[in-house]
Structure formats: structure tokens, C-alpha cells
Design a protein around this ligand. Structure first.
Ligand SMILES: *[C@@H]1O[C@H](CO)[C@@H](O)[C@H](O)[C@H]1NC(C)=O
Ligand SMILES: *[C@@H]1O[C@H](CO)[C@@H](O)[C@H](O)[C@H]1NC(C)=O
Length: 449
């Protein structure tokens, strides 16, 4: 599941071991896996998967995983150590305690989770873009947002390893050895957590106080693959975690979990795969906010107009509608950052007088007239005023220029089965990401043409 789709199967290391769940307590075998499902390597979209051996109705429990077999910072034998050090293990990701537990369990021959790890065959199937050579990442993913996200991850991984993990290991030499628990292994475990961990949702009242729950590994539940149009999801009960069907599922069909509403770029970045068009109904494309500023500056004919655009941009920054690093996010049916985009277009399309007046009234009278609707459905987009449409149109064109190839080239490749099959797995996944984004951008071009 997750990112297991695959390193080439010809990795030449012999057949994978049979699926074994011997790490689970005997109780586990008496009920938890529904007799109506089977785990399989064959017939699943990626690596392992869960298939319906019989017809299933909505609301059936296909597997229930007791909390005692979860692997987390709270279940590892080194949990007390991690608990005592929790102050010094705080990090931006919040993953450090789990990663230390994983470093420990993965290399402890007596760990009760050894059979669990052996299922993942030394993480050979992890092929996140962060493991691709930089040249390949740039060549295949330029414009998608993934190279920038990977650069941030890598910097963060190095920083957390050197500033938190290493000092912790050095102060516990009886348990950790940097020669064994290397940065390389740490990186693989980060990818493993990205692709296979679960995060228990918080009760609403806890959300603000504690921040999100730390991730944890959920054996067996993590075998299910993801699609946007999924047919099962995980429910959290006090004693166990249950995978429950959300739709009727026919015999022989794969049972799909959801990892969340994910765009293809997020799927490839976090899980190592993308959903081919038109499967991913949750796909999105970004327009960098600074690209809209650039488009506005391009249109400004005089210095005074350029100055106006700069002032308008600063005004939008103060309102926290835009920022240098931000992006407007477009879905298939609507703009997901509608408030930001509609405000940005409105302000950037104002004349000097309109802008002056608007600033003076501080946007107070905003809620009158047509402004009520900040929802930017596709229909609303097509009804934008002409200058706004033009600005958006130019911004989309600039965004499309940031890719190394055009939509037509991707389309041809997807339509040519023979050529497509000759592509490497990485090239195929990257193609799905680029194609979905460009389709969304082109759809917008048509709407505001
Ligand atoms: C995500 O996909 C699901 C399944 O197709 C759909 O029901 C949902 O509305 C989509 N969400 C968004 C924001 O597009
Ligand atoms: C707001 O948008 C919705 C959906 O597009 C539409 O039905 C409604 O009439 C709009 N309201 C106004 C005041 O424009």
C-alpha cells in the first residue's frame, strides 16, 4: 500500500517473504481480519493491498487492529526514555520520538515488530522523490511544487538528525549507535512514516491546546492503498482501530482507504505515487501568489502604475491575503483559496482612485453588492470582470511556462500506450502529476478567456 507500487520488481533480491502477521497476539487471529477479505500482492494497485474475497456491504469491519500492536513512541520498550526526554525531542515535524522508537525497534533483533518490518523488506519499495537524484527531480517535476517541498524536507531531516537525534543517541550509547543508526536509515524511516503512519484525529476541544497527535504505525491497516474515490476508512475506538467499508464492494475488488483529500503532487511527495487522470477528483494546481503580482506588473504600462501595483500588493500582504511563499490553490470545480484569490484580483484590478477610496473605508462596505459571494466556483470565475479575467489569464500563462513541457506533449505520451510503458516508474508518476495540474490550469484558461 502507500508508496509500495514499486521499485522495479527486478531488483534481483529474490522473491519477497510471504505475508506474515506472527507479531500479532494470538487473539488477533481469531476475529480481527474479516473472513471476507484477503491481503494480496496480486491484483492490488500497488505492492500489497486488500481485496474483497466476497461481496461487502457499507459499514462492515474488514480489519480491527488492537491498540496493543500499534507501534508508537508510547508502545516501544524505550517509551519511558522518550517520555523523560520529551522536552529535548521537540521538533518542527513532531516526529522525532516516533522516529527514535523506529530506529530502535528496526535494529533490535528481539523487537516484537520485526515481522512487521520484514513485511516492508528493508523499505526497498520506498521511492519518494526525496530519494531521486536531484537532476531527475528537477527534470521530471519542475513546476509541480515537489522539488521545493523535497528541498525543505531534506534540510529539515538533516537538521533534526544532527541537532536532536545525534545528541540523544550520544547520551544513550548503550541503546543507540550512530554507526548503525545512520542518517541514511533515518531518512528511510522518515519516508516510511510519511507513507504509512496514521495520525489519530483529536477531539475538537483539544485541537488548539495540544497540537496534532503524533503519528503512529498501524500494522495491517497500512496495507490498504489510497484512491480519492475510496470505499473504506479507519475508525478509532478505545480498544482498537477498525477499517470500515463506506460503500458496497464487489467480490474481487480492491478495498481502498483514504489518506486524506490529496492532490497528486502531495501523493507523490508523501507516498511516492500519483493517481492517473481522471481518477484523482481531489487533484489541485497551484498559482504562486508572486506570479499574480508579476502578471500585474507586466500589465502596468507606466512607472506610476507599477507603483500602484506594489502598493496594492503590500496592502494585500498586510491583510494577510498574500505572502511571498504562498500559492492560490485550484481544484477541478472551484478555487480552494477563494477568499485570498478573489480579494487579490479585486484589489489588483482597482484604479488608483478606487484603491484610495477602498483603503480609506478599510474595506468596510465590502459586504454590499456583488461582494457577498467570495465563492469562486467555476461559474463565478467565468463571470469575473474583464480586467480580473485578464489578470488571471496572464497568471495562468506564466504558471504554465514554469513547466518544462506543454499539455499537448503530456497528452500524446499518455495516449501512446507503447511509449508510456517504456517510461520508468518515476517518469510515469511525474507525468500524472504534471498532466493533472496542467489540465486544471488549462480549464481555468478556458473559463477566463
Ligand atoms: C474529493 O474526492 C471525493 C471522492 O471523489 C469527493 O467526494 C470530494 O468532494 C472531493 N473533494 C474535493 C475538495 O474536491
Ligand atoms: C452566490 O453563489 C451561488 C452559487 O454559485 C449562487 O447560487 C448565488 O446566487 C450567489 N449569490 C449572490 C448574491 O451572487
Amino acid at each position: 500500500a502507500g508508496g509500495t507500487e514499486g521499485r522495479p520488481r527486478s531488483a534481483g533480491r529474490g522473491p519477497p517473504p510471504p505475508i506474515s502477521f506472527s507479531f500479532l497476539p494470538p487473539r488477533f487471529f481469531t476475529a480481527p481480519l474479516s473472513p471476507k477479505v484477503r491481503l494480496s500482492r496480486e491484483g492490488a494497485v500497488a505492492g500489497y493491498g486488500m481485496l474483497a474475497a466476497e461481496e461487502l456491504e457499507a459499514g462492515e469491519v474488514v480489519v480491527s487492529v488492537p491498540r496493543s500492536v500499534l507501534l508508537s513512541q508510547h508502545t516501544s520498550p524505550i517509551r519511558a526514555l522518550l517520555q523523560d526526554a520529551q522536552e529535548s525531542l521537540q521538533s518542527q515535524s513532531g516526529w522525532v520520538p516516533l522516529l527514535l522508537a523506529l530506529l530502535y525497534e528496526y535494529t533490535a533483533s528481539n523487537s516484537q515488530w520485526q515481522p512487521y518490518f520484514s513485511l516492508w523488506q528493508d523499505f526497498r519499495s520506498l521511492d519518494h522523490p526525496m530519494f531521486w537524484p536531484e537532476e531527475e527531480r528537477t527534470r521530471l517535476l519542475q513546476g509541480t511544487g515537489i522539488p521545493e517541498a523535497v528541498d525543505k524536507d531534506l534540510a529539515n531531516i538533516h537538521l533534526e538528525y544532527s541537532s536532536i537525534i545525534l545528541p540523544f543517541m550520544e547520551s544513550h550509547p548503550n541503546i543507540f549507535d550512530p554507526k548503525l543508526h545512520t542518517l541514511e536509515l533515518y531518512k528511510q524511516l522518515v519516508a516510511f512514516v510519511m507513507a504509512y503512519s496514521f495520525q489519530e484525529p483529536l477531539e475538537e476541544e483539544d485541537e488548539d491546546e495540544k497540537g496534532p497527535n503524533p503519528p503512529m504505525m498501524v500494522p495491517v491497516a497500512d496495507i490498504l492503498n489510497h484512491v480519492a474515490n475510496h470505499n473504506a476508512n479507519l475508525e478509532y475506538a478505545p480498544q482498537c482501530l477498525r477499517m470500515v467499508t463506506t460503500q458496497p464492494i464487489g467480490k474481487g475488488q480492491e478495498i481502498f482507504n483514504t489518506y486524506g483529500q490529496m492532490a497528486n503532487w502531495q501523493l507523490l511527495h508523501m507516498y511516492g505515487f500519483a493517481e492517473p487522470y481522471p481518477g484523482n477528483t481531489n487533484d489541485t494546481a497551484d498559482i504562486q501568489m508572486v506570479t499574480v503580482r508579476k502578471a500585474a506588473l507586466q500589465r502596468a504600462k507606466s512607472e506610476a502604475q507599477q507603483q500602484l501595483v506594489s502598493e496594492q500588493w503590500d496592502f494585500l500582504c498586510q491583510l494577510e491575503m498574500v505572502g511571498e511563499e504562498g500559492a492560490f490553490v485550484l481544484g477541478w470545480d472551484e478555487v480552494l483559496t477563494e477568499e485570498e484569490l478573489s480579494m487579490t484580483l479585486k484589489v489588483l484590478c482597482m484604479s488608483e482612485e478606487e484603491f484610495k477610496e477602498y483603503k480609506e473605508q478599510d474595506g468596510w462596505e465590502d459586504d454590499s453588492e456583488e461582494e457577498e459571494n467570495s465563492t469562486l466556483s467555476n461559474e463565478a470565475l467565468s463571470k469575473l470582470k474583464t480586467p480580473c479575467k485578464k489578470l488571471l489569464y496572464d497568471s495562468v500563462l506564466l504558471t504554465l511556462e514554469s513547466y518544462g513541457s506543454d499539455l499537448k506533449a503530456e497528452q500524446d505520451l499518455l495516449n501512446n500506450k507503447e511509449a508510456y510503458e517504456k517510461l520508468s516508474r518515476r517518469e510515469q508518476q511525474a507525468l500524472h502529476v504534471r498532466y493533472g495540474q496542467k489540465r486544471i490550469l488549462h480549464q481555468l484558461l478556458e473559463l477566463v478567456r
